[in-house]
Design a protein around this ligand. Structure first.
Ligand code: ATP
Ligand code: MG
Length: 312
């Protein structure tokens, strides 16, 4: 596998404030990598240095093996950048905005027209392309922003909180689009403070807080930091307490606790455990009235590591 992005010991200060401290990670071709952290964690500052818009005080960024710098114009062509703030001309139509961006990327003629049509289709706004951007909803503007970043067919798509403050429909459209682009092989760096989005989209996640990466791994690896297993909570009928020992003997079941009219069962693999539990119940005519599985989330991980909630 080839490394598309290599970030080595990046640091950046604004006057007294150290916004990014010794941040290092790498992203492999085809990966979706998440940068998760609360407001002010240093995500946008890190992204600024990755995209060559901000000069690091210390450290280096390599994109497709080439060193990123403010004037590294060829290296910048490898990446598509979706900024946190919408960057479109409101008085131009979406198509005109995209034609403008495409020319900045060096596209022209029928190739430019074809790319504009393709990205409009991709973000689901082909039918609105002739309307002025001023008439668009916040979510639609964001979708055009994403389209602009894809015009030149980048190898790496860097997205800075692309779903903040938008309607649910645009949000799910954006998440689907990103998922599909990644399925097609595009490498993605996705920044968010919504842990559900990062959990849904990303193969690996770096959790940032106060300028530093405080944890990095797959979602499953990060959950293991908390050391909590999933919990299966069931409401039962016709239940006898002596069945608890039988359940505890099942593989992947680590704890069985009576709770209200049912049981709370801790398990390292709830889907596997549920099958065996259901068989035990069937043998003893126990009726399951409801089942709920709750997993430790990245929110729990953040709380565990910092003692604070990810969101205010
Ligand atoms: N140009 C700047 N001048 C001074 N301080 C800055 C500048 N840019 C960022 N900072 C500060 O650096 C810290 C990190 O900011 P950054 O924008 O990277 O955070 P973030 O993780 O992207 O937050 P958010 O989720 O709010 O977008 C913050 O304390 C911010 O106020
Ligand atoms: Mg930011």
């Amino acid at each position: 596998m080839s490394t598309v992005l290599q970030v080595s010991r990046l640091s950046k200060s604004f006057q007294q404030l150290q916004a990014v401290k010794e941040v290092s990670f790498s992203v492999q071709a085809g990966e979706a990598f998440g940068l998760l952290g609360p407001n002010g964690a240093g995500k946008s500052t890190t992204i600024g240095m990755i995209t060559g818009l901000l000069r690091p005080d210390v450290g280096e960024v390599f994109v497709c093996g080439e060193k990123m710098a403010l004037d590294a114009h060829r290296t910048k062509q490898y990446l598509g950048y979706v900024p946190q703030e919408v960057a479109l001309y409101p008085d131009l139509t979406a198509r005109e905005n995209l034609m403008f961006w495409g020319r900045l990327y060096g596209l022209s003629g029928t190739h430019l027209q074809a790319r504009v049509a393709a990205v409009l289709e991709l973000v689901g706004l082909a039918d609105r392309a002739g309307h002025r951007v001023a008439t668009y909803s916040g979510g639609m503007k964001r979708r055009i922003n994403i389209a602009a970043a894809l015009l030149h067919e980048p190898r790496l798509l860097v997205m800075d909180e692309p779903t903040v403050g938008i309607d649910a429909q645009s949000r799910s459209h954006i998440l689907e689009t990103v998922k599909e682009l990644n399925r097609q092989g595009l490498t993605i760096v996705y920044t968010s403070h919504y842990m559900e989005e990062v959990e849904l989209l990303c193969d690996r996640v770096a959790i940032m807080d106060q300028g530093s990466i405080i944890a990095l791994g797959t979602v499953a690896e990060l959950r293991q930091i908390v050391g909590e297993e999933s919990q299966i909570t069931m409401q039962l009928q016709n239940w006898q307490a002596d069945l608890a020992d039988q359940l505890l003997a099942l593989p992947t079941v680590t704890r069985v606790t009576a709770q209200g009219g049912g049981l709370a069962i801790a398990s390292s693999n709830p889907s596997l455990a549920l099958g065996s539990i259901a068989s035990v119940f069937a043998e003893h005519d126990v009726i399951m009235r409801s089942v709920e599985i709750t997993e430790p989330t990245l929110e729990t991980v953040f709380l565990h590591l910092t003692g604070r909630a990810l969101r205010d």
